[in-house]
Design a protein around this ligand. Structure first.
Ligand SMILES: Cc1cc2nc3c(=O)[nH]c(=O)nc-3n(C[C@H](O)[C@H](O)[C@H](O)COP(=O)(O)O)c2cc1C
Length: 387
């Protein structure tokens, strides 16, 4: 159990509203609170389309009171998926399926958010829980495909060897990110995030571990940032001026490579381009899913969000083993981040914000709940003699 510092208002009837439940205006959109569902891929899509599974899976987070609900990463081209079951925004035909989800999330008071990505050399993989020799669900006919990267170097032993992208293909991918951003807007999303973390394509260009090129897209830090910054510029131009743009970065590779000083320099450039929030994750460059190489403990990546916020004067989102309301509130009170992303704890506890509000004593009458639930739960408190 996280021990909240004394300054945090926890008592019922406390006059001060927790920061976690203070709305946040980003450009022209307002999140009802600072609780965000972190992007989490589910491997349940066919041809990149949103289906009933995604509607129910993500819909419950909107009912659960999250201010911003992120879909999983959506590939900007089929080759940019991690698995064949990932969502996509590479085709206009996919927009309609996203629209249905977006309408539901917004109807329940959440901002609808999506993340656009390219997996690069970490594409065409089995699902994380597939057994050796399996590639996706039995009988689904999943196939491997050619993967691409900044060089022909694989992420790690046992991973596919990529084909090195040339300058013409890199320019084409910039346009594909922009086109995906336009589709996200057409679907009605309020918030868009560029995925430049976890060792996927944009992170592969940033990191000196994976980017061994000696053309304009490699070499020193400026060269390695060239393609990701082109993507950020093109997406910002394609994404409406009045909607916020986030970018997720692996703030450090862990054990050498891209480091926090690089992230601070990158974030400052992104701010000048018009990126609004840096989502601070870590790790993943050498194959493992996320933060291998970075020691994990409660809130283990908050220091990255704090450093970027302070040094680059840009809003940040903290993520990683944030489990309880008081812990999240302490991060905000300390000024370490502006938003709190919840990943696995949201899988365990889809109504996390509403539970956090109870723990922080700021919803004594159960008003934050949809009334079809809250009315009954408030009455139950009387029955139990707790009110
Ligand atoms: C099932 C699952 C799928 C994930 N998929 C994505 C993804 O699509 N994009 C992404 O940036 N991070 C992804 N992540 C990482 C999470 O967004 C989050 O950063 C990570 O789980 C750490 O936060 P947590 O400790 O709250 O779970 C995924 C994590 C999980 C558990």
């Amino acid at each position: 159990m996280f021990a909240a510092p004394k300054s945090i208002p926890l008592g019922v009837g406390s006059l001060q509203k927790p920061l976690l439940f203070t709305p946040l205006k980003l450009r022209d959109v307002v999140a009802r609170n600072r609780c965000v569902v972190s992007p989490m891929v589910q491997f349940r899509a066919t041809d990149g389309e949103v289906n009933d599974f995604h509607l129910v899976h993500l819909g419950k987070f909107a009912l659960g009171g999250f201010g911003i609900v992120f879909t999983e990463n959506c590939a900007v081209e089929p080759r940019g998926r991690v698995t064949q079951g990932d969502l996509g925004l590479w085709d206009d035909g996919q927009i309609a399926s996203h629209k249905r989800l977006v309408a539901f999330l917004k109807g329940e008071g959440a901002l609808a958010a999506t993340q656009i990505t390219h997996s690069g050399r970490k594409g065409s993989t089995p699902r994380v829980f597939d057994k050796p020799g399996e590639l996706g669900p039995a009988g689904a006919g999943w196939q491997k495909w050619e993967v691409v990267g900044p060089s022909d170097q694989a992420a790690a032993e046992g991973w596919l060897k990529p084909r090195q992208l040339n300058a013409v293909e890199i320019a084409d991918l910039v346009e594909k990110f922009a086109a995906a951003a336009r589709r996200a807007d057409a679907a009605g999303y309020d918030v868009l995030e560029i995925h430049a973390a976890h060792g996927y394509l944009l992170a592969q260009f940033l990191s000196p571990i994976s980017n061994t090129r000696n053309d304009q897209y490699g070499g020193d830090r400026a060269g390695r940032m060239h393609f990701p910054l082109d993507v950020a510029r093109a997406v910002r131009a394609a994404w409406p001026e009045n909607k916020p743009l986030f970018l997720r970065v692996s703030a450090v590779d862990g054990g050498g490579g891209w480091d926090i000083d690089d992230t601070i320099a990158f974030a400052s450039e992104l701010k000048a381009i018009g990126v609004d929030v840096i989502d601070c994750s870590s790790g993943g460059i050498a194959g493992a899913a996320t933060a291998a190489g970075v020691k994990r403990s409660l809130g283990f990546q908050v220091t990255f969000a704090a450093a970027v916020k302070k040094e680059s004067s840009i809003k940040t989102m903290a993520v990683g083993l944030i489990l309880e309301g008081p812990q999240a509130e302490a991060i905000l009170q300390a000024g370490d981040a502006d938003l709190i992303a919840i990943g696995r704890q949201a899988l365990y506890e889809p109504f996390w914000p509403l539970h956090a509000a109870q723990a922080l004593g700021c919803d004594p009458d159960w008003d934050m709940w949809t009334p079809e639930y809250g009315w009954w739960l408030e009455k139950r408190e009387h029955t139990l003699g707790r009110k």
